[in-house]
Design a protein around this ligand. Sequence first.
Ligand code: DGY
Length: 436
Amino acid sequence: MDYKLSNTAKEILLNNFQEKGFTIPSKGLYPFQWLWDSGFIAIGFAHFDIEKAKTEIKTLLNAQWENGFIPHIIFHDESNTYFPGPDFHQANLHAQANKKYKSTGMTQPPVTGFVLEKIYKIATEKEDILNFIKNNIDQVYKNHSYFYENRDPHNEGLVYIYHNWESGTDNSPIWDDIWESFDVPDYDFERRDTSHVDPSQRPTKKEYNYYLHIVDIAKECKYNDYKIAELSPFLVQDPLFNAMLIKSNNSLINLYKIIGNNDTKIEQLQKWQKKSITSFNSKLYDEELGAYIHFDLRNKKPIRFISSPSFSPLFAGIPNKEQAEKLINTMITKFGGENMYLCASFDPTSNRFDPKKYWRGPVWVNLNWIIYYGLLNYGYNDIAKQIKSDTLEILEKVGFYEYFDARKKAYTKEINGYGGSNFSWSAALYLDLINN
Ligand code: DGY
């Protein structure tokens, strides 16, 4: 295949890179540094500009809080193109918030550990990259300690998220029933996202009322995790979030072994790992659905829907062989087929599926990338090849958008992708996929 977009992908990353040492996900729509975006972006940079990959991670870690927490958005600059900004979030209500960087008081999937390992593998100057990792890995370890000490109130090895923005899959139909479970005020605010993107591709005003209200509750708790666990109406054990943590635990173990002299940390990581994987399989695996699902910790019940996050545990080596086989069968039968690109973000056979709206159905490049490596892990090379070629085909057809229609027939002449354009992680992960 002729990878004709490789230069365009590099240009997008270079254009989105900012003087202060981080990369915006997309101009206008997302004008700051986002945690998991930064991780994927660093992987893309590692393929052609390793110094920028290091800078991206370094800048992210600079914003870490004293307790190990890493925020989901770091507001490096002022911007009037995004809402809600730092004045709404007021992260400094938390006594240990970073004094130098303004941020949100919520986090995002903990990708940094596996990103470090991935960058180590990509880099050609191994000694140099290992030095970089040596200097930064303890901060990532501290972040994992933070999770296990503060976000796991029942000591299960599964951490909670208290906001849909922490999941990364912001308006997934998974949250719909949670929204039904409590009332919210009608906020008066000016949306900014819908001035960049067609509103039919973004969350609704009503959904934003919920998003803002849970931030307000967290603020009342002064972003104290124990209080949030008591009071937040949104409290979920998310399979994608926990799979990223488990994958990153594993990467930290591998990297500490290469570095040497870190036996105590390796032992601790292995303990977390064992407990997390056991609970993950007993609590988040739904035998009947043949998929991993979310658990609503507040209302104490499983959320029995299948989404692309359902397949992410493959990436972290969580399912046994038999579970992996079932999982892949579920993906092929519900999400696959001649007329569909892999992998829709939400079950296309469900009446909650919406092919155009943000996380309610469209294909996302980062989830495809996660599932691709997960399938390779388990030796499902043919279907791995398919998800990779689907991803490349879509990107080459319409360019580096934020998300894409999973229905092949939707690609008529006028079609392009959805959401933001010149989207950094779509470009970054394209560079990784074509180099694999
Ligand atoms: C947004 O503003 O839509 C972001 O995804 C929040 O993280």
